[in-house]
Ligand binder design. Structure first.
Ligand code: AMP
Ligand code: MG
Length: 342
């Protein structure tokens, strides 16, 4: 079995555990569940004065919502909506669900904002590399070349009235893996707050974390940013940070990768302009803000852009902070968060 397929569930499970330990809420009444959804380990923990039955129901409903979104966004489920769109949208406009439309519209916004550093139309390139699947390999340069420098995000047409998606050519496909987990986190949070009146919760979607309120003891949640230089990065936080009602999304080169027979590691965040894993000098970027969908897109884009360009971009967006860890293990943070790192 290839390394990338062995390590992922184990490491992500550790990620889930790390955050549970950090919260220090083990003895407080509440409900929690951990399941594999959206290709990752998802943990939902809720706390409150509701009955145990109500808390269990809230967790179950949040997991159901995650599974519903998996059926829409997973390219690994044959019958998913994204696969249907990829197979048909170059032939004629395809009517899509509200969830799909919302995420694709925001994806195209971020693709334009980041000039393709975040690019939802890299599906064919991502499939070619297969990183994180049993088919991972290093493609030949001739296979990569036709899929680079294309800016296909400019050729996805959305019709708001008809609620349709149309591809202006058939040379590309969508992959929303860099944003869908963030959207799922926002949706699960909203459902817990509005339908179940949860005021204290922690949701971890494979390292994408979103919190509701404070811990049940009234203190902020303490979350750790993995140290990419450690053999088990998710077990060893490089820094910790206290957060209330915020999301915390990391893109890192240690999260998913393929190790070639010669020992070279190829990680899963691709630079559409070169066709290869992004090589911007960063090992991880963590975005801290309120909207997890935006944080997810921005963490991927920032990883591709590199620290300098990413910092410039993030400065132009209100309420977004970031922690960068470069390949030399140097940690840098944006002004608004620097003093809060421990
Ligand atoms: P994340 O872990 O959020 O940074 O997302 C990485 C995942 O998004 C990969 O596993 C691919 O499915 C997809 N992806 C890889 N590179 C890019 C990119 N430059 N823009 C958008 N999606 C990407
Ligand atoms: Mg992302």
């Amino acid at each position: 079995m290839k390394l990338s397929t062995i390590f992922r569930p184990a490491v992500l499970f550790m990620a889930a555990l790390m955050c549970i330990c950090f919260t220090g809420c083990g003895k407080t009444p509440g409900a929690s569940q951990t399941q594999i959804v959206l290709g990752t380990v998802v943990t939902v923990q809720v706390y409150g004065r509701q009955s145990q039955e109500a808390l269990d129901g809230a967790v179950e409903a949040a997991m159901d919502r995650a599974r519903e979104l998996e059926q829409i966004f997973s390219v690994n489920i044959d019958s998913s909506e994204i696969n249907y769109v990829n197979q048909n949208a170059a032939k004629a406009p395809v009517h899509v669900s509200d969830d799909f439309y919302t995420v694709l519209e925001r994806s195209l916004y971020f693709a334009r904002l980041t000039e393709g550093a975040f690019d939802p139309t890299l599906g064919k390139l991502i499939r070619l590399w297969g990183i994180g699947t049993d088919d991972a390999r290093v493609p030949e340069p001739e296979e990569i070349a036709p899929l680079t420098g294309r800016r296909d995000y400019e050729h996805v047409l959305l019709d708001e009235q008809a609620h349709t998606v149309f591809f202006e050519n058939d040379g590309f496909s969508l992959d929303l893996g860099a944003i869908a987990k963030g959207y799922a986190a926002d949706e699960m949070k909203e459902l817990l707050q509005e339908d179940y009146h949860i005021t204290s919760a922690l949701l971890n979607l494979g390292g994408n974390i979103i919190t509701i309120g404070n811990r049940p003891d009234g203190k902020p949640w303490t979350l750790g940013i993995a140290d990419p230089s450690c053999p088990q990065p998710e077990e060893d936080p490089a820094v910790t940070l206290q957060v209330t009602d915020l999301t915390f999304v990391t893109s890192g080169d240690y999260q998913r990768y393929y190790e070639a027979p010669d020992g070279t590691r190829y990680h899963h965040i691709l630079d559409g302009s070169t066709g290869y894993p992004a090589d911007s000098g960063l090992s991880s970027v963590t975005i801290i803000t309120q909207c997890s969908m935006d944080a997810d897109a921005l963490s991927t884009a920032s990883f591709v852009l590199g620290q300098e360009k990413a910092q410039k971009l993030l400065q132009s967006i209100n309420g977004v902070e970031a922690v960068f860890i470069d390949t030399q293990d140097q940690i840098t943070a944006t002004d608004g968060i620097r003093d809060q790192l421990q």
